[in-house]
Design a protein around this ligand. Structure first.
Ligand SMILES: Nc1ncnc2c1ncn2[C@@H]1O[C@H](COP(=O)(O)OP(=O)(O)OP(=O)(O)O)[C@@H](O)[C@H]1O
Ligand SMILES: [Mg+2]
Length: 308
């Protein structure tokens, strides 16, 4: 459905997307996950025909870009990271504007506008200038704009940025529904939890490169362990106590990778207590995408974002 081969896009000497290969099947809800500046929006902009690539091939529904850009435009819906709305216009007028850009008939736009405004719970506010809207309301309208022409393929570029948890759940519900209807969707985010929750398959991108892809389970298998035990010991533990076999100590956390420690938990705790260590907390943890990212890059996902 969507085939990306060797996609490269540079801005001067900055390589925003670096030899990206991806295949997304019909009906998939694919998550493109990466920290700030990873190249997510640049990728989406090429797929959306807004930017031309420096190298590589992109085909959407059999139509190669940029040659068949006009055909591609008709089947894709884009929900951009930067809102594509006019603040002076009302919700209905914004949808009308975009419907006309897609060459829709006035009657069709009106019908679709009512349908979409009802769906995004803004029907009662349809004639108000949207500058009076909250961030979450604008985000919802931004999504409706992307759906006006009933596209088969959808690109959502960080659609939940700056919205409250309630609007976020609302947006998730809409995307899940579109997925159930069989749409092919690419969803970008820098929130691990979002793609873990929503997406059937995930690609992790960093500095313009795809560093891993697969289902959540497949990504977890990239790690030699998927579960581990953490024991937090008190700060004033005897400095000469023996770190139990198999453990790695970081500050006052002892970490045991793997599942075999489960049977040995009693034994481990006993021996720690006997050596004069006070236990503050014991927890079992499971792999998440953060761990996969850390494993592949050696950097914390969040640190990486903050440093940019
Ligand atoms: N129009 C542009 N001109 C110059 N550099 C750009 C332009 N657009 C993006 N870049 C650079 O390309 C790289 C990738 O940016 P991009 O916006 O694709 O990242 P992103 O993954 O969408 O990040 P974010 O999560 O912050 O939205 C960054 O280094 C960015 O500074
Ligand atoms: Mg972006």
């Amino acid at each position: 459905m969507i085939v990306i081969e060797g996609l490269t896009k540079k801005f001067g000497s900055n390589i925003a997307v670096n030899n990206l290969h991806l295949q997304i099947g019909k009906g998939e809800l694919f998550g493109l996950l990466g920290p700030n500046g990873a190249g997510k929006t640049t990728t989406i902009n090429v797929l959306s025909t807004y930017l031309s690539a420096d190298a590589g091939n992109v085909t959407i529904s059999g139509f190669p870009l940029p040659r068949e850009a006009n055909k591609v435009k008709r089947i894709i819906g884009v929900v951009p990271q930067e809102l594509s709305l006019y603040n002076e216009l009302s919700a209905a007028e914004n949808l009308y504007f975009w419907g006309k850009l897609y060459g829709m008939k006035t009657a069709d736009i009106r019908h679709r506008t009512n349908e979409l405004l009802t769906e995004i719970d803004l029907f009662n506010r349809k004639d108000e200038p949207i500058k009076k809207f909250s961030g979450g309301m604008r985000r919802r309208l931004n999504i409706a704009v992307g759906l006006i022409h009933k596209p088969e393929v959808l690109f959502f570029d960080e659609p939940t940025v700056g919205v409250d948890p309630q609007s976020r759940n609302f947006i998730f519900g809409m995307i899940e529904k579109l997925h159930q209807e069989g749409k092919t969707i690419i969803y970008t985010s820098h929130y691990m939890e979002e793609v873990e929750r929503l997406c059937t398959r995930i690609g992790i991108i960093d500095y313009g490169k795809l560093i891993a892809q697969g289902t959540k389970l497949e990504l977890a298998k990239l790690l030699s362990f998927s579960e581990w035990l953490e024991i937090k010991i008190s700060d004033n533990h005897p400095s000469d106590f023996k770190i139990p076999a198999g453990a790695v100590k970081t500050q006052n956390i002892l970490r045991f990778d793997g599942t075999e420690f489960k049977e040995k938990l009693g034994e481990i705790l006993d021996s720690l207590i006997r050596s004069g260590v006070k236990i503050e907390d014991v927890s079992f943890k499971k792999t998440n995408l953060e761990e996969v990212f850390l494993h592949l890059t050696g950097r914390e996902f969040r640190d990486n974002q903050e440093s940019k």
